[in-house]
Design a protein around this ligand. Structure first.
Ligand SMILES: Nc1ncnc2c1ncn2[C@@H]1O[C@H](COP(=O)(O)OP(=O)(O)OP(=O)(O)O)[C@@H](O)[C@H]1O
Length: 279
């Protein structure tokens, strides 16, 4: 469980708070997507959960954050890292090794994972991400998308109870982005882990997340199930979030009384609803 209670935070170098009175309760085992316009505070929200704020970026911090019962302000980053696995927006800054296999090995050794489990964890995480063939490649020789998959594999190998990812598909094509979300949802289900993913592509969140949090100027604008959030396409647009076109079309039809079914989360649902409307 992640509990963010009435957090207001201003970076030491900043003049204004970046998060304003933010409260969230994320149950263990759930998959939560965070979206919002650029600069709305999404990354800073993830920093609350992995302890980067306030440990690496200090400032004025009001409120409390607890992750799996640990108060992030009172818990050392090294202890938080055993519970929370993070994939940052700038993945190159989190890579420590020169070769893919060593990147995974480094984390496993740092966490003192028993020797007889190491090979299975490396093989499993690389296979899950579909990059078993990159195992012996130099990280510097990989594309941005491949490096992103390595960063995620290195965290998955550690099997954290909480996974916080900041735009994990930024460098990926649509098919790979979907694969990554499928995998994250599967990881949450299999391990009862909590996953929080910042993502611009709301269609991915609509399909895979249990809840979507929409940030606006440091505040939580929506925190609800995907269908409930997507039902507000016009309001989302006003806070800088573009709904999938198929969803917007069905919302319009509902406003005009031509469609009475549930909000469509995927283009496939919209297509089938549209067929019914036209039949
Ligand atoms: N270390 C820092 N010190 C001072 N200000 C910061 C720091 N990090 C972020 N900010 C400011 O906080 C605001 C919110 O940034 P944040 O990265 O949390 O937003 P975001 O929604 O993730 O944006 P983006 O989608 O562009 O990544 C921005 O105005 C940014 O300049």
């Amino acid at each position: 469980m992640i509990q963010v209670e009435r957090v207001t935070f201003r970076y030491r170098e900043g003049t204004e708070p970046i998060l304003r009175d933010v409260s969230l309760r994320i149950p263990a085992g759930s998959f939560v997507g965070v979206t919002g316009a650029a600069g709305s505070g999404k990354s800073t929200l993830t920093y609350l959960m992995n302890g980067i704020v306030p440990h690496c970026y200090p400032g004025d911090f009001y409120g409390t954050v607890r992750v799996a019962g640990l108060d992030t302000c009172d818990t050392a980053l090294t202890d938080l890292a055993r519970v929370v696995g993070s994939v940052c927006q700038d993945i190159d800054s989190q890579m420590v090794a020169a070769v893919v296999e060593d990147e995974l090995l480094f984390g496993l050794e740092s966490f003192a994972v028993p020797h007889d489990q190491v090979e299975g964890r490396i093989e499993g995480a690389l296979a899950d991400m579909g990059i078993a063939d990159l195992r012996h490649r130099a990280i510097a020789s990989l594309s941005g998308g491949q490096r992103q998959k390595v960063a995620i594999a290195a965290i998955l190998a550690l099997r954290p109870r909480v996974l916080v990812l900041d735009e994990p598909t930024a460098e990926l094509d649509p098919a790979s982005s979907r694969t990554v979300f499928q995998l994250l949802a599967g990881y949450a289900r299999r391990h009862g882990a909590t996953v929080v993913a910042v993502e611009q592509k709301i269609a991915l969140l609509a399909e895979f997340a249990d809840r979507i949090v929409v940030m606006e100027e440091g505040r939580v604008h929506f925190d609800d199930e995907p269908a409930a959030v997507l039902a507000h396409a016009d309001e989302l647009l006003s806070v800088g979030v573009n709904c999938p076109r198929s969803c917007t079309v069905m919302n319009r039809l509902r406003q005009r009384g031509a469609y009475e079914g549930p909000t469509c989360r995927t283009p496939e649902q919209a297509a089938s609803a549209l067929r019914e409307v036209l039949s």
